[in-house]
Design a protein around this ligand. Structure first.
Ligand code: SF4
Length: 452
């Protein structure tokens, strides 16, 4: 990254491509881990890491302020990034002394201090907003908040080999490109060593992991693994942290992971984007695994792991969706009894094949179906959460507001699912706690700390 480039300032990012951030990391291994954490967060949000100043829309310089020589090197690196890119955010140890940086480099966009993940990610958002499209992004809009120190997204692949008619990810990001399993596991190990207690596995199609690499073999911690979904789940399950699987399609081979969930090697939680319950709509959507009997698969999963939490997202008002097809969706939802459900009204994405489909559903009807769908989903959620009252759960604390801690059980992914509220002044973010559930509403639980 620090090599000199011909040409100087980067142009404004084109609207259609992912925003690109350059990274210059200086200092000790701790700073390197900080950089990785920032990059992990940004990549999970759809940013790309640019290999040169020229290719970057802005550059983050993670500085060192340990000794004068390191300060000089950091100030030089900031100057180089300004010269060759022009849009620079400074973070890291030297960021604790912003006056010194601004005295030499008044043009820097922002200065944030050491381990200030929220601030540096927030600064990137402010100067280079992430693209948020519910049909193309892995994380929800509220996911732009900082990933706290105790959990991290683990992106195992880029791109996608499916061709869903409403989606342009394969055009934007290309075909599935999995990371080799030893590389992913190495990153997971580093995250755990840095204090991460929960790994959230993400990609566009986690169940397809490794198929592009023909399931390449690799050695990790003296054992042989293939680059494939089940091996990844097994290996991550040996790290002693919560492992949560997102974006899994209901293919037969996914059944293999359920015993690992029953043994709590990985969390009994699956995020499966079903998108609809009507076979004819799914065909028009060209969804992966649309030929599978998803209700039978869900029943089989729950028979192996009764504690399984299922989350999913749906699209209502897809072109041509008839009242009968929408009713099929509601009936499917009643039968599936999913724990966590998100819903989008269909909206066309420029370049998507679905734009050519006949009979768009008017906005008013989309809204009406959305309301009916969410009402049904909320009632299911409320019933399932009410069944947890009186139970004892282990939770992970995400945030503390006054004397109220917001935590999550194994059934709750951060940002997208519910929370467990605990009235306690002695908990801190990242703490484990054991609680008894004393109340539930449609989406959240209230817990009472169990002493001991
Ligand atoms: S699975 Fe479908 S919706 Fe998801 S990224 Fe691939 S093409 Fe898009």
């Amino acid at each position: 990254m620090r090599q000199r480039q011909a040409g100087t300032h980067a142009s404004a990012p084109a609207r259609r491509r992912a925003p690109r951030v350059g990274f210059v990391s200086l200092g000790c291994p701790k700073a390197l881990v900080d950089s990785e954490r920032i990059i992990t967060q940004l990549r999970a949000e759809g940013y790309e890491v640019a290999p040169t100043y020229q290719a970057a829309d802005l550059v983050v310089v993670n500085t060192c302020g340990f000794i004068e020589a390191a300060i000089d090197e950091s100030l030089d690196a900031i100057g180089e990034a300004l010269e060759h890119n022009g849009r620079v955010i400074v973070t890291g140890c030297l960021g604790a002394n912003p006056q010194r940086i601004r005295a030499r480099h008044p043009r820097v966009l922002e200065v944030t201090g050491p381990a200030a993940y929220a601030a540096v990610v927030g600064a990137v958002h402010a100067h280079l907003p992430p693209r948020h499209d519910p049909f193309t992004e892995l994380l929800p809009p509220q996911g732009v908040r900082l990933t706290p120190r105790h959990y991290a997204y683990l992106k195992i692949a880029e791109g996608c080999n499916n061709r869903c008619s409403f989606c342009i990810i394969p055009t934007l990001r290309g075909a599935l490109a999995s990371r080799r399993i030893d590389e992913v596991l190495g990153e997971a190990e580093r995250l755990v060593a840095a204090g991460v207690k929960e790994l959230l596995v993400i990609s566009q199609d986690t169940s397809a992991y490794g198929s592009d690499l023909r399931y390449a073999g690799a050695t990790w911690r003296g054992a042989h693994y293939q680059t494939r979904f089940i091996d990844l789940a097994r290996a991550l399950g040996s790290l002693g942290v919560w492992v949560r699987l997102h974006y899994v399609y209901p293919y037969p081979h996914v059944d293999q992971v359920l015993p690992l969930m029953a043994e709590r090697r990985v969390l009994p939680y699956l995020d499966v984007p079903f998108q609809h319950g009507s076979p004819t709509v799914l065909r028009r959507m060209r969804r992966p695994a649309r030929a599978e009997d998803t209700l039978a698969r869900i029943r089989a999963w729950r028979s192996v792991c009764p504690e399984l939490t299922l989350r999913s997202t749906f699209i209502v008002g897809f072109p041509g969706e008839t009242e009968a097809e929408f009713t099929e969706l509601l009936e499917w939802l009643d039968a599936a009894q999913l724990d966590r459900v998100g819903c989008f009204r269909y909206s066309p994405v420029e370049g998507a094949a679905a734009n050519a489909l006949a009979d768009p559903v008017p906005a008013e009807l989309q809204n009406e179906r959305y309301e009916r769908f969410m009402e049904r989903a909320a009632a299911i959620s409320a019933r399932r959460l009410a069944a947890r009252v009186g139970r004892r759960l282990r939770v992970l604390v995400d945030a503390v507001e006054g004397t109220s801690a917001l935590a999550r059980s194994e059934a709750d992914a951060p940002q997208i699912d519910g929370v467990v509220r605990i009235d306690s002044a002695r908990l801190c973010p990242g703490d484990w706690a054991d609680v008894e559930i004393v109340a539930a509403d449609a989406y959240d639980l209230t817990g009472r700390l169990i002493d001991g």
